[in-house]
Design a protein around this ligand. Structure first.
Ligand SMILES: NC(=O)C1=CN([C@@H]2O[C@H](COP(=O)(O)OP(=O)(O)OC[C@H]3O[C@@H](n4cnc5c(N)ncnc54)[C@H](O)[C@@H]3O)[C@@H](O)[C@H]2O)C=CC1
Ligand SMILES: O=C(O)[C@@H]1CCC=N1
Length: 273
């Protein structure tokens, strides 16, 4: 199935742009000759194994060649990009750039605000997306297929949910990394050999966490089941809670969500000036 004939990724050389490009090609959603990527140098060794993929430094040229335009530059790089993308389906994956800003700066009325995460690189992103009124039923099916090539995806009906989820699932891959780093530091301080410490931490954070992916699994029930042993895990969980674990997680998510909102307001403010 190749539902897209032409797609362009502005910032196709970046972490997320590259991951999306690879996912689309690997899923067979686009032929290499239908994919155009832009970067400031105008060429890159990325996708060298697929020489039909086109590179350009000219983002308007990318728009000209593409029915679907994905914007994947950093939010602070977006104001420097001047494109007229009317009649194109525009998909932004940028954190903290509002629908209103995207509509105003791209000239398109068919705009999607999506928030994948870094696990797109391994086909395991969770990507919520929100769209403007003019996005058609067929466009929506394409957007869902596009992000399912990177993992799981859901349309959400409220833009505010995207700002919130920017924090929860967009930034999310960094949070288990922080937990793993804290565990590693503790294991090292207890004299564990580095290899064993790393294997033990990966065993917990990457492997044992998959218990939560079992059908019907519930994080709350898992915690309660462990606590019922009144043993080592219960002692550990209680000490973590007493030290403010849940409070720290909630504070982190609130700070990240507030940052997404303030970034969007700052971009909109620049447009009003
Ligand atoms: N990396 C992540 O985990 C996630 C990133 N995002 C969003 O995705 C966007 C991209 O993030 P990353 O890929 O991580 O950043 P990145 O810095 O790796 O990639 C951005 C790319 O855009 C290129 N670029 C900058 N200006 C350009 C221009 N005028 N024309 C063409 N290319 C240009 C840069 O050279 C770079 O290769 C950001 O807005 C970020 O908020 C969203 C969710 C997760
Ligand atoms: O940290 C950031 O701003 C971006 C958005 C989500 C992940 N990375």
């Amino acid at each position: 199935m190749t539902p897209f004939r032409t797609i362009g990724i502005i910032g196709g050389n970046g972490w997320l742009g590259r991951a999306i490009g690879h996912a689309l090609l690997d899923a067979g959603l686009i032929e290499p000759s239908g994919l155009t990527l832009s970067c400031r140098a105008g060429t890159s060794a990325t996708f060298a194994d697929r020489p039909q993929v086109a590179w350009t430094a000219d983002n308007q040229e990318l728009v000209r060649r593409s029915q679907v335009v994905i914007v994947s530059v950093r939010p602070e790089q977006f104001p420097a990009i001047s494109i007229d993308a009317r009649d194109r389906l525009v998909i932004s994956v940028m954190a903290g750039v509002s629908m209103e800003t995207l509509l105003a700066r791209t000239g398109s009325d068919r705009v999607v605000r999506a928030l994948p995460n870094a696990a797109a690189e391994i086909g395991r992103s969770y990507t919520p997306w929100f769209c403007s009124d003019a996005v058609s039923f067929d466009d929506k099916a394409l957007v869902q297929a596009l992000f399912e090539s990177c993992g799981a995806a859901d349309e959400v009906g409220m833009q505010a949910a995207i700002d919130y989820l920017t924090a929860l699932s967009g930034s999310g891959p960094a949070f288990p990394a922080l937990l793993a780093e804290a565990m590693l530091g503790h294991a090292r301080a207890h004299g564990l050999p580095e290899t064993i410490a790393r294997r033990a931490v990966a065993g917990v954070v990457c492997d044992a966490s998959q218990l939560l992916a079992k059908p019907g699994a519930s994080p709350g029930e898992t915690v309660r089941t462990f606590m019922e042993y009144r043993g080592t895990t219960d002692a550990g969980l209680r000490a973590m809670q007493d030290a403010g674990f849940t409070k720290a997680v909630h504070a982190g998510l609130s700070a990240a969500a507030a940052k997404a909102v303030s970034m969007a307001e700052a971009q909109a403010g620049k447009d009003r000036k």
